[in-house]
Design a protein around this ligand. Sequence first.
Ligand code: COA
Length: 556
Amino acid sequence: MRILLLVHAFNSLSQRLFVELRQAGHEISIEFDINDAVTEEAVRLFQPELILAPFLKRAIPESVWRRYCCLVVHPGIPGDRGPSALDWAILNQESHWGVTVLQANEIMDGGDIWASADFPMREATKASLYRHEVTEAAVGAVLQAVSRYASGDYRPIPMIQANTDHRGCERPMMRQRDRRINWDKDDTQTVLRKIRSADGAPGVLDEIAGRECYLYDAHPESTLTGFPGSLIARSEAAICRATTDGAVWIGHLCDRASEHPFKLPATRVLGDSVSFLPEVEGYQPIRYEERGPVGHLHFDFYNGAMSTEQCRGLLAAYRQALKRPTRVIVLQGGVDFWSNGMHLNIIEAADSTADESWANINAIDDLAQAIIETDSHLTVAALHGNAGAGGVFLARAADFVWAREGVILNPHYKDMGNLHGSEFWSYLLPRHAGEEGARSIMQTRLPMGIGEALTAGLVDERITGHFDAYYQRLDVKSQALAASGDFHEQLERKRWRRQVDEKSKSIQEYREEELARMYQNFYGFDPSYHVARYNFVYKVPKSRTPLTLAQHRRAS
Ligand code: COA
């Protein structure tokens, strides 16, 4: 079928549906919901058989839903309505929640139901639930709805009939007052729940050290306590604040009234006002654990963004791991993201954005180079979460890339103001994808599912399952790799290969060539990268759909 994806932004769920629907043989084009006239034009140009709206913030124009079947993905159980579905599900401590695919009509979220799916809730941020549970459930429900529509004889169920759960009702937009933290009364679990219900957006508004800030990236502290509400410690970028029965770590803040009104590490936002706090170990995005001959390096950086400092910390941890008498190192990244490359927010907040970009790319390259040059261990990049831009090529620096089924990769840089990119992609990509494949990946600028990534050579093996099931399989696979009968031959082959590659063109040469182009992106007179980064960090809405996505506009 010809399916038009109508989206507020091409977010993770829309990307995953794009990949799944294409894989199922459908022809997909994408249009950003900019205004009614633009949507009507897109429909006229593409002539879709079906319109799918996985992520919209406005109603679909009546002129469109009256003429076309428009399926809306709502992150709530049948009968649930309103723009804060997941926020309420978290705050109300639902044990199970769901996704509903309904047909757009004059009542927002009130149309007939084509399919639904449910899932158990997890103690996690709203964004994490959205990227995992909601996305998996939505894929199942959308594929079912699309095949029901294609069959031509399925009659969707009116909302009034489908709503058999007493929890299915209309709920208002959640306001700050609904989740404001009362530090005198709230225990750790309540504080975590409130912050998680608003993380990634809009954040819980609070007052810290005399400043109004939105809070994100909250984690429980296991031992520290203090007077409820007081700041009691700091750990790397995070601050620790006491609750009535313990304390929480808060890793990121946004002070909208400041010079940099976007998410930044908490200690950076608060500066001198928290320098008196004792530094302890508590908030640890970088964590190493060992299971027999396998070392696991976790780096759960918020939003997968890797600053200069974080890259240096990770490189130091990686070098430590190499000193251990293990055989395999598994680079695990984080639960939600493996890596999204340079930390664009920290760059945006720097005194010199060019200098910070330069330092950041050099720090990532140092890490990638150390991985490529490792000759004492076999290395695995294991992706439970998505990866984008430099993060994809950083993963490819490892000997093996294993990815969870369902992971989405964005292996391209060009959307960030025509950034040339580094992380040794010009060495790694032709090696794994071939010259032609490398060119095609960099030019296509589309998200890629695991099936395609396997064919393209970006991923070597898929791991099925989610969370515990995934981690168990990863454990078994990495132990098997360490125990493989030809482990030493594999290591020897890898050393030999590196020597051969080095003779034909040194790793230093690749690095210098890529960085020379990046230098132009950062310091040259074309400001495209700086403009694109500013727009990304400040979340400036797109004024048109890129032609890479809007196939119907390309054709016309
Ligand atoms: N630096 C800082 N923040 C980043 C980031 C980065 N490199 N990559 C993603 N984020 C943040 C986003 O701003 C967003 O923040 P929010 O919590 O305030 O909403 C969050 O991570 C999720 O990103 P989002 O873009 O909503 O996720 P997505 O799944 O729709 O798209 C990407 C994923 C990777 C395609 C997209 O985030 C992206 O293009 N990132 C930039 C990649 C890049 O160019 N890196 C620099 C070159 S190496």
